[in-house]
Design a binder for this molecule. Structure first.
Ligand SMILES: *Cc1c(COP(=O)(O)O)cnc(C)c1O
Length: 483
């Protein structure tokens, strides 16, 4: 292939060229996946040197074929293979094939979500998917939502909306124009001590600071301690602070534990607070007829974070923020002469930029559309029920094994556990597994190093667990013997 611009047109020769490039890319991909481990185990220093050798920007382009060769030789073999059943450290899933195909269309068309004239069908598909989601999560007329780059952005969007709403309601101040004002400096947000760090990041970005995030203790099931929450809010109000929002985590990143949304709702109502449900992880459970009740009634929350790139198994990125009172999303509305003219919007040309923190934005809704159509309710029900079944099963066998401790029963698909041998051995066992192509998680609970399985892959079966447990014990024995 020549070194030419490679831009698609309707000419047959261009289509043929693109097809050849796609075929070559696929062939290269298939040659690479010749074994079932999650990772090559390569040492980071060695890998860094090899990547450096590939060069940055050659004076003269080497063409697509040679580039692909370089990629196949050095990069692909050392990528993480998310589809491996030996990969279970994070909320990081394998991708459904139909959604990978949709990525090709998303990139090839390269439509953008900011204005209707940059993505006509894209805008309408996203809106239709958002309306379906509002309905799925029990939101009524007047609610609204938008796709985002991830759970972090969804959470931060919710906090911005809550802050602006609260300050306007209580102090009559338009935050968009005037900033947060003096009283705004006394705003407080409540969330559990094991909630996601995007709350801290968000409050920093919003000019409130980390100290405005009040961390609530958790009970023995790793859920917000409701009576502590009530007491803390009451005391903060007495001291002149303004509790403006609380975040219920529906599936904590480590434990998959689920805060009690209805009890948190009561406290938020009492103090006029916005309640956000961070369901980046747990939202997937809504698809499981067997386990749906474990996440509670999310329609009680004023806003919901959904990540499709976790339990829903879609390629990164695909996420959404849903808002019960759609008007709260107007915090992102701003009119630019070149982009989202008001007269166009009156004629039905909706411009989604007005609901988003981003301007140029990917058509990630297509992945959800194609996966939902392909699998249907029953397909998702089966996959998501299976991974939660797997976690329940793994928990039940490891709980009965005297070599391990298992502090909490899983609600979703994560199991946190540890070898009884102490922190050092647990850390070293995880490292040995990594070097040998099995990637598991590691975290800390009450000062103790813990191992973690985050089970998102529906190809994993009950019969795979004994083998993994055996491998963990083998590395533990080698560590004990100093081998
Ligand atoms: C993963 C996660 C997030 C962050 O989502 P990203 O898509 O990684 O930005 C937020 N909250 C919880 C509970 C999560 O598990």
């Amino acid at each position: 292939m020549s070194n030419k611009p490679f831009i698609l047109s309707n000419k047959n020769e261009d289509k043929k060229e693109f097809e050849a490039m796609i075929n070559a890319t696929m062939a290269s991909f298939f040659r690479t996946i010749d074994h079932d481990s999650a990772f090559s185990g390569i040492n980071p220093y060695v890998l860094r040197d090899r990547i450096k050798e590939l060069g940055f920007l050659p004076d003269k382009g080497i063409g697509f074929d040679e580039t692909l060769e370089k990629v196949e030789k050095t990069i692909l073999p050392n990528l993480l293979r998310t589809w491996s059943i030996s990969y279970m450290p994070h909320l990081h899933s394998p991708a459904l094939l139909e959604a990978i195909c949709s990525e090709l269309l998303i990139a090839a068309f390269n439509d953008s979500m900011d204005s209707w004239d940059q993505g006509p069908a894209a805008t309408e598909v996203e809106e239709a998917m958002i309306h379906g989601l509002l309905d799925l999560f029990g939101y009524k007329e007047g609610s609204d939502g938008c796709f985002t780059s991830g759970g972090s952005q969804s959470n931060i969007s919710a906090i911005i909306a809550a802050r602006d709403w609260y300050i306007e309601k209580n102090f009559g101040l338009d935050v968009k124009k005037k900033g947060i004002g003096d009283e705004g400096k006394k705003l407080l947000l409540y969330t559990s001590e094991i909630s996601h760090f995007s709350m801290d990041k968000g409050c920093h970005i919003l000019g409130l600071g980390y100290d405005s995030v009040r961390k609530l203790p958790v009970d023995d099931k790793c859920r917000v301690d409701i009576s502590a929450f009530g007491k803390m809010v009451e005391e903060d109000v007495r001291n002149g602070f303004h509790p403006f929002a609380a975040v219920a985590t529906i599936g904590t990143t480590d434990f998959g534990s689920v805060d009690d949304i209805s009890q948190m709702r009561d406290i938020c109502d009492k103090y006029g607070m916005h309640l956000h449900a961070d369901a980046a992880y747990g939202s997937g459970a809504i698809m499981s007829s067997k386990y749906r009740n474990r996440i509670g009634d999310l329609s009680l929350a004023d806003s919901i974070t959904i990540d499709f790139h976790k339990m829903f198994l879609l390629p990164i990125s695909s996420s959404a923020i849903l808002m019960k009172e759609g008007k709260k999303l107007e915090c992102f509305e701003l009119h630019a002469d070149y982009l989202n003219r008001e007269e166009d919007e009156e004629d039905g040309y909706i411009n989604l930029v007005g609901k988003s923190m981003q301007t140029t934005r990917r058509f990630d809704a297509l992945k959800v559309f194609m996966a939902f159509q392909t699998r249907g309710k029953d397909g998702f029900d089966e996959m998501i029920t299976k991974v939660i079944d797997n976690a329940d099963y793994f928990w039940s066998i490891i709980k009965g094994d005297p070599d391990f401790i298992v502090p909490v029963k899983p609600e979703l698909s994560s199991v946190v556990f540890a070898l009884k041998d102490g922190d050092e051995i647990n850390k070293r066992v995880r490292r040995r597994l990594l070097e040998n192509g099995t990637v598991i998680g590691q975290t800390v609970m009450k000062g103790r190093v813990m191992l973690k399985f985050t089970l998102l892959n529906p190809n994993l079966n009950y019969s795979d667990f004994p083998l993994i447990i055996e491998r963990i014990k083998k590395y533990r024995d080698m560590e004990r013997e100093g081998k």
